[in-house]
Design a protein around this ligand. Structure first.
Ligand SMILES: Cc1ncc(COP(=O)(O)O)c(C=O)c1O
Length: 438
């Protein structure tokens, strides 16, 4: 027994079945590159990059060193009416790899805070122009945008909302884009479903564009079990938003920093949002950080039009934290020096092929993939089977591979440093585990 009863009770774990976990805790102790080491001495191949965040692999020397150096120099520097050079330097370096016109960033400490910040900026942007009626925020069914009240409100995963009755008013959800009867086992972007974007036009016709501020979507929905956008869908959302003076926000918290073989999903789909949220891979998860990228028009409008001296009454004690900025700067260098986004692109086909090879198992219901992301959806073993994904996860873990499960969908999103042999290992273990659990 490695944890005392008191220890177990003291820590309330997030998004976890605490009773299940604490019966048989799985504890990680150290990590390096593609692998975790457990407290029991097992080596586990990390096929999910932590939580879709350790894109350059674990404990990267350059990043660790940069953080160590910074903590000795200045542990904390405030960002309210004061500043420190690193946050400006990192903001400048970051914007240089963001899509065209996304020229300013607002720093937060997480993806959830980035989402809430983006939604508030959208409201402030319109109110600063005398368009205060533009208040409605549009999310999407099955979307995940973190755990803040804003993100939970625009989010569309039912289980995440059920316990909280008092979410934001004035939020409407688009339908999700999952059409299994037409798109099952699509390799890459599915063919069918562009028409799902027309729901946005219906909402506009009903509520009036003069009342709508923003639409937020994940370009590829991750947490719900990997939903890749149908061909033409994001382009259509972009067009409708532009025609109606509605801001389009891409939540790139998991799609950012090379996950899809390009810097951002926006580059991959060639659709540029007005704002984008980032986190996770921004510092390779070494220090918590999030950010909102904002186009120059929004930034300049708010800076110019706001009468009060402070243009945006919003921020966090740790916005632009020096350790996070140091980690972020080093992370961008690692991505560039090791061409990790290109490595993701290089392995996409092989990774996708290995994923789709699982379709030969008759308990596999659907497979969805893009870049270094795959979702493998399994049939229920029996009616209302809600533990299959977890069982497969546990079996994989026993066999040295960490995967993620959402219901009965297994999600894979390995660090971008992965090689072919490791890809083989992931899929061999997954195949074995799926078969064993049925
Ligand atoms: C698309 C998306 N947005 C926001 C978040 C929330 O990020 P965080 O957990 O850092 O608050 C996540 C986390 O998984 C995410 O996947």
């Amino acid at each position: 027994m490695r944890l005392s009863r008191k220890e177990k009770n003291s820590y309330w774990m997030p998004y976890t079945d605490n009773k299940w976990f604490k019966k048989k805790p799985k504890l990680l102790e150290s990590a390096k590159g593609m692998y975790y080491n457990t407290i029991d001495g097992d080596k586990i191949l990390d096929a999910v990059a932590g939580l879709w965040c350790v894109n350059a692999g674990h404990c990267r020397k350059k990043i660790v060193k940069a953080v160590q150096k910074q903590v000795e120099k200045m542990d904390y520097g405030l960002s309210f009416q004061m500043g420190h050079k690193l946050s400006f330097e990192f903001a400048e370096k970051l914007t240089s790899i963001l899509p065209k016109d996304i020229d300013s960033v607002f720093f937060t400490n997480s993806g959830s805070e980035a989402v809430d910040t983006a939604l508030k900026i959208a409201l402030a942007y319109f109110s600063s122009q005398g368009m205060g009626s533009k208040k409605i925020l549009i999310g999407r069914s099955r979307g995940y945008h973190g755990s803040g009240f804003g993100g939970t409100s625009v989010g569309g995963i039912v289980a995440n909302r059920n316990q909280f009755s008092n979410l934001l008013n004035g939020v409407i959800h688009l339908p999700h884009t999952h059409i299994p009867e037409k798109n099952s086992f699509s390799v890459g972007q599915p063919k069918y479903g562009v028409e799902k974007a027309e729901a946005l036009q219906d909402i506009i016709n009903f509520h009036g564009s003069e009342n709508i501020a923003a639409v937020i979507v994940e370009p590829v929905a991750g947490s719900t079990g990997v939903l890749v956008p149908p061909i033409g869908y994001l382009e259509r959302l972009r067009k409708i938003c532009s025609q109606n003076n509605i801001l389009l926000i891409f939540d790139e918290v998991i799609t950012g920093f090379g996950r899809l073989g390009t810097g951002f999903a926006s580059d991959r789909f060639k659709v540029i949002p007005d704002m984008m949220t980032m986190a996770k891979g921004i510092t390779n998860a070494t220090v918590p950080m999030g950010a909102v990228g904002v186009n120059s028009q929004i930034y300049e409008t708010l800076i110019k039009n706001k009468k009060e001296k402070i243009e945006l009454f919003h921020g966090y004690t740790y916005s632009g934290h020096p350790l996070a900025c140091a980690a972020g700067l080093a992370t961008l260098e690692v991505y560039k020096d090791e061409k990790l986004f290109e490595n993701a692109k290089k392995h996409e086909n092989y990774f996708g092929l290995k994923a789709h090879n699982l379709s030969k198992l008759n308990m596999v219901k659907d497979i969805r993939n893009l870049g270094l992301v795959a979702g493998i959806e399994l049939e229920n073993r029996y009616k209302k089977d809600n533990t299959l994904g977890r069982d497969v996860f546990e079996e994989c873990y026993k066999n040295g591979v960490m995967v993620r499960f959402t219901g009965n969908t297994i999600a894979l999103s390995p660090p971008l440093i992965i090689n072919k042999k490791q890809i083989d290992n992931v899929f061999d273990v997954l195949r074995f585990s799926i078969k064993k659990c049925f």
